[in-house]
Design a binder for this molecule. Structure first.
Ligand SMILES: *Cc1c(COP(=O)(O)O)cnc(C)c1O
Length: 394
């Protein structure tokens, strides 16, 4: 028995693109307007409606959005922003690009989210903001974060790159702090090829971000009575989203409810199957007021299996099951930050153990419940395989 003889096709992520997306892109290409057209605005309206209100500002990537927020805050050298150690390097880069310093905080083991108990001891008189990350789509306890921010006069940014569909006490991610940034990179919950969006309830901030994403102009394209008539009162970037991406995005937003319910169904099926395996533990997922977006299902290998992780991932790859790691190491341990921060022996033990022992398994809408059963079977066989190898070498 087993599935080892038969190769399967279960990639970790795959963009969900159909006829509607193709037609939307072709429609843009058959016109003449590739940037500054109506589609970016339509997509922004559709996304704002999806998250339940606020302002949405489309940008060229989530990283661009994070950077824009910090730039709009006026961060400079000497300022500090608290970020989780366990995240995509973009969360920290967006701070460092302004000249400010990211200050890293370890994770808590149940969800992998930033350990809120450790935030206050990281606050100094130079701290300007906290950037939370909803790790793998599981919401951070934002009431607690906002209370700390209020007490110390800090801004709160949500890196919501994996949080399309994430809700905390019924409010969608991106509207839980001062602003949130989403990613539409191909393997995320929806895609615009490359792209992102910033959401905020703060109208003045929204206006500032609209100017800053377009060179710092004082008047957007649609606000100009005469073409080319604008002034530039500040520095800015070219971080706009083009019309091809926006057209893709608008179609994808319309499919999000289906995408998210498929993720949830897959996640629950996979979680149920994996509970039979003793050598792994699972992160806490959706729980009361905490609604996950089910980006993936990450399993933690028990300590005895830590050194076998590569063999397990390779075994799964060989039978056609894609896996990933979120993330390869605590960001402060990556070479750039190790040298730029000159941290003196700080360690991030929980983030470190997640980096070393976790394997992220796919639950995306490109997969079925049968695929989830195959992943469970594949993982069981991978564990039998590494056990037989270690007993052979003993
Ligand atoms: C993917 C990701 C990013 C970067 O998103 P881009 O759109 O590729 O810039 C940032 N933060 C987190 C947590 C991510 O997962």
């Amino acid at each position: 028995m087993g599935i080892v003889e038969k190769r399967v096709s279960i990639p970790f992520g795959r963009p969900m693109l159909g006829e509607e997306e193709k037609n939307a892109v072709l429609d843009v290409l058959s016109g003449h307007v590739l940037v500054h057209g109506p589609r970016a605005g339509d997509f922004e309206d559709a996304f704002a409606q999806f998250v339940g209100g606020g302002h949405a500002i489309s940008v060229s990537s989530c990283t661009a959005g994070l950077h824009l927020f910090h730039f709009a805050l006026g961060l400079k050298q000497g300022d500090e922003v608290i970020v989780p150690a366990q995240t995509h390097t973009a969360t920290a880069h967006a701070v460092a690009l302004t000249g400010a310093t990211p200050v890293f905080v370890d994770s808590e083991p149940l969800t992998g989210n930033m350990d809120i108990d450790l935030i206050e001891q990281a606050v100094t008189e130079r701290t300007r903001a906290i950037c939370v990350v909803h790790y793998l789509g599981m919401p951070v306890d934002m009431d607690r974060v906002n209370a700390i921010a209020k007490k110390h006069g800090l801004k709160v940014l949500e890196d919501a790159a994996l949080a399309v569909g994430t809700k905390y006490k019924g409010v969608h991610a991106g509207l839980l702090g001062d602003a949130g940034c989403f990613s539409f990179y191909p393997v995320k919950h929806m895609t615009t090829a490359e792209g992102g969006i910033v959401t905020t309830n703060d109208e003045a901030l929204a206006d500032a971000l609209r100017g800053l994403r377009a060179f710092g102009v004082d008047r957007t394209h649609s606000q100009r009575h005469v073409p080319g008539q604008y002034d530039v009162p500040r520095l800015g970037f070219n971080y706009r989203m083009n019309e091809i991406s926006a057209a893709l995005g608008e179609v994808q937003v319309g499919r999000l409810d289906d995408f998210l319910s498929a993720r949830r169904t897959n996640y629950e099926a996979l979680e149920k199957g994996l509970r039979e395996i003793d050598e792994i533990t699972l992160f806490q997922s959706t729980n009361g007021h905490f609604q996950s977006s089910y980006y993936c299902l990450s399993v933690m290998l028990n300590e005895e299996l830590m050194n076998d992780r590569s063999s397990i991932m390779e075994f799964l790859k060989n039978i056609g099951i894609g896996t990933s790691i979120y993330y390869p190491g605590p960001v402060p341990n990556l070479t750039y930050y190790k040298y730029s921060l000159g941290e003196k022996g700080q360690t991030y033990p929980v983030a470190q153990s997640i980096s070393e022992r976790s394997i992220a398994l796919p639950v995306g809408p490109h997969l079925s419940e049968d695929d989830m059963a195959t992943i469970v079977q594949g993982l069981k066989e991978a564990l039998i395989h590494v056990r037989s190898q270690s007993s052979a070498s003993n």
